[in-house]
Design a protein around this ligand. Structure first.
Ligand code: G6P
Length: 494
């Protein structure tokens, strides 16, 4: 955090992402400020607080005209402004084509192995190109110098790095891809694969969460582009420009905001029991996700069903609380996924539910937005946390759960298909497609001796404390700084 505070304060730092870190919405006479459910926002927000600068984002949630006028460019966080948001406004057609269409029906399923077919429409692509151009114009307008440090975030903005480079050749463009990168065969089905790759190769540094995704990216470039790939240094030279491809595993704020840990664990447990009408001694597992088909929520529910089949002693004594933030709801695939999640919860609850007695239901599904304070109370109160993603770049819920447990209790069950599984081997690592294995992990978590919980949690907390989100950003920025120094030396002949 010191590096970000000290070295970057004077620099011209611009973050660009689709998702805005704060949503200003009008409720009657009041303007309500909400934080969206997004791993990207969770990670970048503390970084921006530390180094100030400007965050350029799509003004998605703030559609009201009056709100638009007043909050086009605002200082945030609202209680103590540390940086500013500059909003890019999109028409409904642009949003449909660029965000819902190309980014979330095309690139999202293309990059995640969740067996959902990507949809590529040329009209969506045209909007994607046009909106990336709009963001590029905004970056140029916001830059205070000719060589800003621009941090481009995620798959919505793959074309932006090259566009920025064209306008500002001296800019340092660091692009971070928050989702997995597929193998070359999978990526090949994208009709605009070369344009996407060329866009990304406008970056000075291109980051992924895992080495595996860096390898996939370099293999993809090697297969489809006229580029020079240096596998020793992991750089790609294309169109006279060199891009370093690096692994930077993202993380969470550490130490967490003290306000999130203020309520004692016992109090959190008592409050959560009261809120959910659980009797004393009732055990529960927490799941926190956007309602997205990549998160393995159906698989998690099936694991609960299997647990109750194999270990009927848990019937009426155990529940899974699933917090599911609504997301991308105008996309067909998301609507049908939500319907399946709701139907499965009802079926399992009917099968193992009250049966005439006043017992808690096995699955408590809460499809609504929860703020960080509420989510942390659940983390602190739960016996275990279940992350069952079918595929996930990192998954910050896993790291948040660890950060929340300063009592060194609680068990993390973690899908092997998340980036986080590579860093947290002390979790109970599972294959979400293997229902019996997941059910066994739930049983193990609920019966794990306190000493073992503590030993595992301590090791995981040590890792998250050391490799926190400041380390993630710090390493990227230090790599960028040495790159800037080297090119300065070359230019000045020194
Ligand atoms: C993933 C993506 C982010 C995105 C988040 C929430 O974490 O990598 O870029 O912000 O999902 O999705 P949404 O579509 O609501 O921004």
């Amino acid at each position: 955090r010191a590096i970000l505070h000290g070295e970057l304060r004077g620099d011209d730092v611009i973050v660009v992402s689709n998702r805005e870190p704060y949503i200003h919405q009008r409720r009657g006479e009041r303007i309500e400020v909400q934080q969206p459910a997004s791993g990207l926002v969770t990670a970048l927000e503390p970084i921006m607080r530390a180094c100030s600068g400007t965050w350029i984002a799509h003004g998605s949630g703030s559609a009201d005209r009056e709100v638009v006028d007043r909050h086009d460019c605002v200082g945030v966080p609202p209680e103590n402004p540390a940086y500013k948001i500059r909003r890019v406004w999109l028409s409904a057609e642009e949003e449909a084509g660029y965000y819902y269409g190309f980014a979330n029906e095309g690139l999202w399923p293309l990059c995640h192995i969740a067996h959902v077919r990507p949809i590529f429409r040329s009209s969506d692509w045209a909007h994607y190109v046009a909106v990336n151009r709009k963001f590029a114009r905004s970056v140029v307008a916001e830059a205070r110098t000719k060589n800003p440090i621009v941090l481009v975030q995620d798959y919505h903005l793959a074309l932006l790095p090259r566009m920025i480079r064209k306008e500002m050749p001296e800019a340092t463009v660091i692009t971070f891809w928050h989702i997995p990168w597929p193998n070359p065969e999978s990526f090949a089905i994208c009709p605009w694969r070369q344009e996407i790759l060329a866009g990304m190769l406008g970056s000075s540094i291109l980051g992924f969460h895992t080495q595996f995704h860096c390898n996939n990216f370099v293999d993809t470039v090697d297969r489809f582009m006229e580029a020079r790939v240096d596998r020793e240094n992991f750089t790609v030279s294309f169109g006279g420009k060199s891009t370093a491809v690096r692994r930077y595993p993202i993380s969470v704020d550490w130490p967490p905001d003290p306000a999130l840990l203020a309520k004692p664990v016992e109090q959190c447990a008592a409050d959560m029991r009261a809120l959910n009408n659980f009797p004393a001694g009732h055990r529960f597992c927490i799941g926190v996700d956007r309602l997205d088909y990549t998160k393995g929520i159906l698989e998690r529910f099936r694991a609960v069903e299997r647990l109750l089949e194999l270990n009927p002693e848990w019937i009426g004594k155990f529940s899974l609380i699933q917090v599911a933030a609504p997301t991308r709801s105008s996309i067909d695939e998301y609507q049908s996924h939500e319907a399946q999640v709701r139907a499965l919860a009802i079926r399992i609850n009917e099968r193992f539910g009250r049966g005439g007695r006043d017992l808690p239901l096995p699955i408590v599904l809460k499809v609504e937005h929860h703020d960080a304070g509420q989510v942390y109370e659940y983390y602190r109160a739960a016996d275990c946390c279940f992350v069952s993603s079918l595929h996930d770049g990192m998954n910050l819920v896993a790291k948040e759960f660890v950060a929340a447990r300063d009592d060194e209790r609680g068990v993390l069950i973690l899908s092997q298909f998340t980036g986080a599984a590579r860093e947290l081997p002390e979790a109970l690592i599972v294959n979400p497609y293997d229902t019996d294995q997941c059910a066994a992990a739930l049983h193990l978590a609920l019966t794990m001796p306190v000493d073992e919980q503590r030993n595992r949690m301590r090791l995981m907390r040590g890792l998250v404390a050391e490799f926190n989100v400041y380390r993630w950003a710090g390493r990227m920025l230090l790599d960028a700084a040495s790159m800037r120094q080297r090119s300065h030396l070359v230019e000045t002949g020194g």
